[in-house]
Ligand binder design. Sequence first.
Ligand code: BES
Ligand code: ZN
Length: 452
Amino acid sequence: MKKSIFKVIFVAILALGTVAPIATLATHYTSIQVEKSVNIEATILQTIASDSMFNHIKLLSKSPRVAGTEQEDAAVAYIKKSFESYGYKTEVQAFTFTDYTSPHTIKLSIDSFTKSLDPQALEYSISGQVSGEIVTAGLGKVEELQYLDLTGKIALLERGEISFNDKMSNVIAKGAIGAIFYNNVPGTIMGSLGEVNRAFVPAVLLTEAEGDELVKHINNKPSTHASIRIKGSKSQKNISHNVIATKMPTSNKKQVKKSSKIDKDIIVISAHHDSVAGAPGANDNASGSAMTLELSRVMKNIPSETEIRFITFGAEEFGLLGSTHYVANLTEDEISRITANFNLDMVGSKDAGELIMQTANGKHNLVTQLAQAASTKLNGEPTPVNQGDRSDHVPFANVGIPSALFIHNPAEPWYHKPEDKIDKISKEKLQDVAEIVSIALWNQIRIDHQVK
Ligand code: BES
Ligand code: ZN
């Protein structure tokens, strides 16, 4: 309630173009520039339509949009068509990824070993059945294996010093047909072989206690045999896509021509369009995709010397793959020109908490500063900031680009669930976030536009 009264007054001030905002800006701008700028701010706020976002979400969330499926392709086509309907040129950037399915059956049996074992698969363990003599191979370092012949044998390896992947390649090079890893500290871990690789041999992971027992057993009974059986794991090559719509610097044609050698700043507004299997992902993340589309519509005819890229990423749910691919393919020049990434992920749930921003290192940056100024102006209080690295802002942060995730906290109970449907979406939340992001964006491009 407090917020909405604040907003009405604020919009009224903007519409009238009164002195309050002018006073703070007067040192930098002429009064004509300030008046224009205030009017543009009002135009932006008045153009944002939560109905338009709601409608995009409704159409996008009819089914899950798992990366690499026909449903993702349909979402990509819809997003591309929508950007184009607003007058943008688009680029669809394809990339491949491997979708790994964990095994449903993991068995390990050791001759004359009576204690029970609970073998786990590692990420990227391949399916297969092998049996052979078990041989202890220490940590699996090259120098330890120098005088060992593991041909036709199963290597027993302790965790530590080098990666599971390196241990695996080292024992394969010595002829091993299987690998049993065991932890070097109490408790369980999710081990990973780090990559899909057809050359791998079937491998399981045991606890430290199980490993110690096994080593004892083998020391007492050399030439003990073991068999490993792993079923149901598979990896599949897939294609996902990023959709990119670019707003080129548009302000003053003569100026642009004259200064065409001067590199313009770039701001990236992003969201992932894929969802997890079984969840229609209305909030995660048709909401962010719809907001990216809406912000592109709202900003289409706004003067800007800054280039703005509106991007929806694929395969976020498989590990931020679309954004990682996008950032990896930027040139050094582009990286140095991208001044900010606003990443929108889960921005419209009725049942989630308040809006927050998350940065990869938990610190403020240009994005959080701009958005806090905007939220203070719009709602009377700054959007809080904390640490979080679970979305597409992370690859940008990793190359030094100021980035932040916009998300409501705590998350709704329907996160990654079949209930994440259009009936859980709040138009008010969508409107609020879109206003904050658009005003933050405008405050940055306005400076580039008028002061440079
Ligand atoms: N939208 C979520 C991230 C999220 C959810 C952040 C709730 C904060 C609170 C995102 O789509 C997601 O599910 N990310 C994965 C991580 C990713 C690296 C696969 C996650 O958090 O499990
Ligand atoms: Zn998400």
